[in-house]
Design a protein around this ligand. Structure first.
Ligand code: NKO
Length: 203
């Protein structure tokens, strides 16, 4: 049990690293008070430009990837091939996304979990992730709404694994993470329904 508790704590702390907040702060901007007031890659890109936004996406995805890959590599959920060996990775990604969304470093606020969930789930279920990524890209280019693209990708992650041969726990966590990501977009959903959501301009 101890290795899994450590996985959860380390995963939470990794996920809680608020890269978007820090990068904006280094440029003299409080990202929690400008644009969509979100510390995610999208808002950093909106406010501070492509280079900063892409950096935040990479770092936020990387922390999810590491929180998931390390426990798998060290077989903290049991030896590879055994039933439930994925447990370490499953706990790692869940903890990282919770850490990102409710970060102890910025008053238990945080981002929407898209990049961090993508980085972690890519380790556990690459195929659903690639399909969710394709759905994200298609939705974005059709609608120009980043938030709608993320919601559609989260719906794919919440449902598609059940049609493939992953385990019950891994599917359950994918569904919960997909629903959490959608719930974190509640303000975006209100704006989408009201027709006031920010559309990403062609630059
Ligand atoms: O500022 O409220 P905003 O408009 O910033 O931001 C809405 C946005 C918040 O999310 C982000 C992260 C953006 C990352 C975009 C990368 C797209 C790649 C998606 C891969 C799909 C994997 C699906 C995992 C979902 C659970 O939405």
């Amino acid at each position: 049990l101890l290795p899994l508790v450590i996985t959860a704590v380390v995963g939470y702390l990794l996920g809680a690293l608020p890269f978007g907040y820090w990068l904006a702060k280094a440029k003299g901007v409080n990202i929690m008070e400008v644009g969509s007031r979100n510390p995610g890659a999208t808002n950093v890109k909106r406010v501070l430009g492509a280079k900063a936004g892409n950096t935040v996406f990479l770092l936020d995805a990387l922390k999810g990837f590491i929180a998931t890959a390390i426990p798998l590599l060290f077989q903290l959920g049991g030896p590879a091939g055994s039933s439930g060996y994925d447990l370490g990775g499953v706990i790692g990604v869940a903890a990282a996304v919770l850490g990102h969304s409710f970060s102890c470093f910025i008053g238990f606020r945080g981002g929407k979990g898209v990049a961090t969930a993508a980085g972690g789930l890519f380790v556990l279920m690459p195929l659903p992730c690639v399909i969710a990524g394709a759905a994200w890209v298609a939705t974005f280019f059709i609608s120009r709404y980043v938030s709608l693209a993320s919601i559609v990708a989260a719906l794919v992650i919440a449902t598609l694994p059940w049609f493939l041969s992953f385990g019950l726990i891994i599917n359950g966590v994918a569904t919960l993470l997909g629903l959490l990501v959608i719930a974190r977009h509640h303000a975006n959903i209100s704006r989408l329904l009201a027709g006031t959501e920010h559309r990403w301009d062609r630059k």
